[in-house]
Write a protein that binds this ligand. Structure first.
Ligand code: LMR
Length: 328
């Protein structure tokens, strides 16, 4: 890996020379969600901050709503140099590293503050570098929120979900999680979820309040069950070739702009989680079911054995560090 990064750095002076001749540097930021979401707002903030820190030197083009790439094609496109920045959900990196599967383990983190502590701690920071051998560099984590279930039927306990078809992201952990409660998980792109629900090709999906609201899933689902069973967060990634090919000055300014945009996006995530939940309730289209402690415990008991299936791939120490973040 050192040799690879060294080679890229060795080319940097040449690239820097080319940048001076061919400014502004175009930075395409591709994502799949709507603009009125934490990620949508963070991307626009990054454009504003990066262009004002480097006037005339960079141009950031944001492509929301899977306009440019879906999450299943964006990382390969990045490796090929066709896009510079993306922020896929942590569930979508399985082809590139096993370790990020930790974020999909059901009922691992007690809340988003525990997630934040883990991500900011040494293990979380190390994971940002876990794909450098694949030429992908993590620039930071962005929150969306905890996931809830939505369904065309009222779901209170695991027995209610048996036999129901659920759309999931491309993650084997999520597949195992739904199989653990005898549901039928189907890996499908985010851009297809609304139509799959509307046509009743599937019964339900798991997502945050923000995604369920902004993509109008609540208009085609009768029920949402507030389980907070898992996490939907993102890693903002770029390609090593692009990133280390930038001059030190440009890279430092872009990193500062990214850090500030992520902090901004995280504030929006906390607000939207509560606001969009309320908007869904107020719509009267979806009934939000809250669980008793005993009902929720049934989900924990059914889904938690999934941890053992992935502990070796993820690393027991990493799981231990995540659990410690719950207690701080
Ligand atoms: C999903 O596919 O449900 C999410 O990853 C979409 C997103 O980027 O929030």
């Amino acid at each position: 890996m050192k040799t690879l990064v060294a080679t890229i750095l060795a080319c940097a002076s040449l690239v820097t020379f080319n940048q001076a001749a061919a400014a502004p540097i175009e930075i395409k930021f591709s994502h799949v969600v709507a603009e009125n979401t934490p990620k949508g707002q963070m991307a626009l903030k990054f454009k504003e901050l990066a262009e004002s820190a480097l006037p005339g030197q960079v141009e950031v083009k944001v492509y929301p709503n899977s306009q440019l790439f879906t999450d299943s094609s964006v990382l390969q496109a990045m490796q090929l140099g066709d896009v510079e920045i993306a922020a896929p959900a942590l569930s979508k990196f399985q082809k590139y590293t096993d370790q990020l599967q930790i974020f999909d383990l059901p009922f691992l983190f007690k809340d988003i503050n525990a997630v934040d502590r883990f991500q900011k701690g040494p293990e979380g920071q190390k994971l940002l570098k876990s794909m450098e051998s694949k030429l992908l560099v993590g620039l930071g984590y962005l929150h969306n929120g905890m996931k809830q279930l939505t369904d065309s039927n009222p779901i209170r306990v695991p027995a209610d979900i048996a036999g129901q078809k659920y759309r999931i992201m491309t993650s084997d952990v999520l597949q195992a999680q739904f199989e653990a409660v005898q549901a039928i998980p189907l890996k499908k792109p985010f851009s297809e979820v609304f139509t799959l629900l509307q046509t009743k090709a599937i019964d339900g999906q798991e997502n945050t309040w923000s995604n369920t609201y902004s993509k109008k899933f609540f208009e085609v689902q009768k029920y949402a069950t507030e389980t907070n069973h898992g996490l939907l967060d993102y890693m903002v990634v770029t390609s090593a070739e692009f990133w280390y090919g930038l001059s030190d000055d440009v890279r430092a300014k872009l990193k500062a702009a990214m850090d500030e945009s992520i902090a901004y996006g995280n504030t929006i995530a906390l607000q939207k989680d509560a606001e969009d939940r309320q908007k869904i309730i107020d719509s009267g289209k979806t009934t939000v079911l809250t669980l008793t402690d005993a009902e929720r415990q049934q989900w924990v008991d059914a889904m938690k054995p999934v941890w053992n299936m992935f502990a070796d791939e993820i690393g027991p120490d990493l799981i231990g560090a995540a659990l410690e973040a719950n207690n701080q």
